[in-house]
Design a protein around this ligand. Structure first.
Ligand SMILES: Nc1ncnc2c1ncn2[C@@H]1O[C@H](COP(=O)(O)OP(=O)(O)O)[C@@H](O)[C@H]1O
Ligand SMILES: [Mg+2]
Length: 242
């Protein structure tokens, strides 16, 4: 194994340009202060992320995704991860709502794209462009690419989720450099990395159910799987208060 993260394991393969990523059921929140398990999460996130990365590639976004090879595993291009978490916000929620003292759900116009330094030890502190460049995390040209790619991802995902009865409130992306120096979308897009609210009820169908002990955590992940992977009609999740 090359690396074990909080949600996934990364394995080398015979081809040094390719890794296998295995999705786990382990869940963490608040910089790993809260830990637990969400049964079936790895299977859901592997499938959801695979579907979304394939769809994004069709819309011209270069990605690391090659193939889903089992329930929990996918084959990806090996990249050097750029240690910048790219956060796209359509509505205020989570740390943003807290930081600026606004209600969760406040619509943001224009939408907000933020950078954070990907560092668990430091608690993923916010970065501006100068800081990211001065710390050697990315070049100014790369930051421009990240901004453009993140905008395209948002423009592509928003209607895709909406057709499935889901509001994409915010999400986090990671990008990497291939051996050729190209920037590609990496990591995952899943209910772990997106805030997804049911369009009809406002019910949260993402990791906030785990973070905030809202109950019906597994059911929420399964509902996203039904809608995104199986194309099923929206339905309320069993046993959850909206
Ligand atoms: N294509 C890739 N090549 C190399 N590393 C990757 C790739 N895609 C994702 N990663 C990295 O795999 C690691 C494991 O993922 P995860 O468990 O989510 O880690 P973390 O605890 O950092 O969130 C992360 O550091 C992530 O950046
Ligand atoms: Mg991660």
């Amino acid at each position: 194994m090359r690396y074990e993260g909080k949600a996934k394991k990364v394995y080398a393969t015979d081809d040094e340009q390719r890794y296998v990523v295995e999705y786990k059921d382990d869940a963490t929140a608040y910089n790993a202060l809260k830990r637990g398990t969400i049964q079936g999460k790895g299977v859901v996130n592997n499938a959801v992320s695979s579907v979304l990365f394939e769809m994004l590639a069709e819309h011209g976004v270069p990605t690391h995704f090659l193939e889903r090879i089992s329930d929990r595993e996918q084959l990806v291009r090996a990249v050097e991860i750029i240690p910048i978490e790219v956060i796209v916000r359509n509505r205020a929620a989570g740390s943003f709502a807290k930081r600026y003292g606004v209600d969760e759900g406040l619509e943001l116009d224009p939408i907000v794209i933020e950078w954070c330094y990907k560092s668990d030890e430091l608690g993923d502190p916010p970065l501006n462009d100068a800081t990211a460049v001065a710390l050697g995390l990315a070049t100014p040209d790369e930051l421009e690419d990240l901004f453009e790619l993140a905008s395209t991802v948002n423009d592509t995902l928003l209607p895709y989720f909406e057709e499935r009865g889901l509001e994409l409130v915010d999400f986090k992306l990671e990008f990497g450099r291939t051996a050729d120096g190209d920037i590609v979308l990496a990591d995952e897009i899943s209910p772990d990395t997106c805030r997804l609210w049911d369009l009809a009820s406002g019910e949260r169908l993402d990791k906030d159910r785990f973070r905030r002990d809202l109950g019906s955590v597994e059911e929420a992940y399964q509902e996203v799987y039904r809608r995104v992977v199986e194309g099923a009609e929206p339905r309320p999740i069993a046993g959850a208060d909206a």
